[in-house]
Design a protein around this ligand. Sequence first.
Ligand SMILES: Cc1cc2nc3c(=O)[nH]c(=O)nc-3n(C[C@H](O)[C@H](O)[C@H](O)COP(=O)(O)OP(=O)(O)OC[C@H]3O[C@@H](n4cnc5c(N)ncnc54)[C@H](O)[C@@H]3O)c2cc1C
Length: 448
Amino acid sequence: MNYDYDLISIGSGSAGRRVAVALFRAGWKVAIVEKDVEKHFGGTCICSGCIPTKALIEKSHLTDDFKEIVEHKSRIVDRIRGGTLKHVTERVKMPVISGAAYFVDEHTIEVAGKKYTADKIVIATGSRSFIPPIKGLNEVNYITSKEMLEMDTVPRDLLVIGGGRIGLEFAQLYHSQGANVTVFEGMPQILPGEDTEMANMIEEYLIKKGIKIFKNKFVDEIKEENNSFSVILDDGDNRGEYTGDVLLVATGRIPNTIDLKLENAGIELDRAAVKVNDFMQSSKENIYAIGDVIGNPMFTNWASYQSGLLLNNLKKDKKDWQKLKLPTVPRICFVQPEFAATGMTEEQAREKYGDDVVIHKFYNKWLGKSMIVNDWDGMLKAVGLKGSDEILGVHLWGERTGSLIQMFVLAMENNLGWTHLANMVYGHPVLAEGIYSLASGMKGKTNA
Ligand SMILES: Cc1cc2nc3c(=O)[nH]c(=O)nc-3n(C[C@H](O)[C@H](O)[C@H](O)COP(=O)(O)OP(=O)(O)OC[C@H]3O[C@@H](n4cnc5c(N)ncnc54)[C@H](O)[C@@H]3O)c2cc1C
């Protein structure tokens, strides 16, 4: 069969772009389809996710001028998005097809009324905000992270539904700029899925700073009247009606599959995600899916890792393909100070190993450099096993732990234990010395 392309990637984000560009450079005939080239080339991370949120957060530590903060964010986003588009179209000279794609059959997609065929197709359409079925929510003008990033004023009273990473980052950012902020989390802890002790410490800290947090109760109803929103909790300790001028819904993300007409190509779903095998092949073997569109965890680093693996596989014979397996992924929440974790939580470890689990904690206020950078509240927590050097999990809350966690990722990926981390020479005074203290303490406690 003669196709227009060897490979088409649907989506220009962290997942789709890498595999497409690299194969194009390797001599394949490749095109990328992006539904919003002007505003969203480069995907969520660059345009409406990691980069803009972190640009706002970092700048908010330096100034209270919200206009300046927003300008900083926009400058960075424009630079990276523009640079990425220029790189792909002008330097790499790869075809970019503008518009939303959907499947016609397993080798054909349609974009803006025109059909394109390809031997292989990669679905890398990412995800969008999940909107929970709360009574009244669909009748009000709520916003999601996407619109929140377009705001150029600080709300007076911000209501945030969802106490996960995205909800908390916005909550703290806008609180630091003068908004009254209330967070509603339905689960028993904020940062659901993360170590409970760490989540509770961070919650206590945010409450102490003035953010209201209600947890363990899903919101019952939402109303809007005269530009004022009401969040209603019908029962429980925090029963009541809470009002605000902006309502942010940050209750997770859902794969972007509904507009793709996947049924035309016979592609199966696993709930909303594209169902894939160990080689990221969908139920049609010439159609692959990578990134947020295959479901949790949804991180840029993981999307880009999958893209790299798919790329290497596609360059080889199938017999030499590597299977996708979840590596040690750092999970970071950019509250201030940062929270970074990898591996098992204490709860997960206890469920698996019971009383053999060993916990060691190090408080940042014991470290000179932490005092120097004014980090008095943070804590580092290690999860290990009696008689074993294995690092099961690490949970770091403190200044720049988003970077420090990488040392544990390296150790865990290479089967290095507490002893290796305890036996290195560290710079001084640096925040990484907290890792030395944590690992030394753990080495002593595990008797490995
Ligand atoms: C507010 C926020 C903050 C975040 N912060 C972080 C963070 O700090 N660290 C981190 O690791 N992750 C973070 N993430 C998650 C991260 O952004 C995603 O995991 C990552 O961008 C997924 O990459 P992807 O390539 O799978 O999808 P995307 O980057 O979303 O790319 C998909 C692209 O496909 C396009 N598209 C969709 N449908 C079609 C179609 N039918 N036809 C053509 N094009 C289509 C979309 O426009 C989009 O550009 C954050 C997300 C959000 C929302």
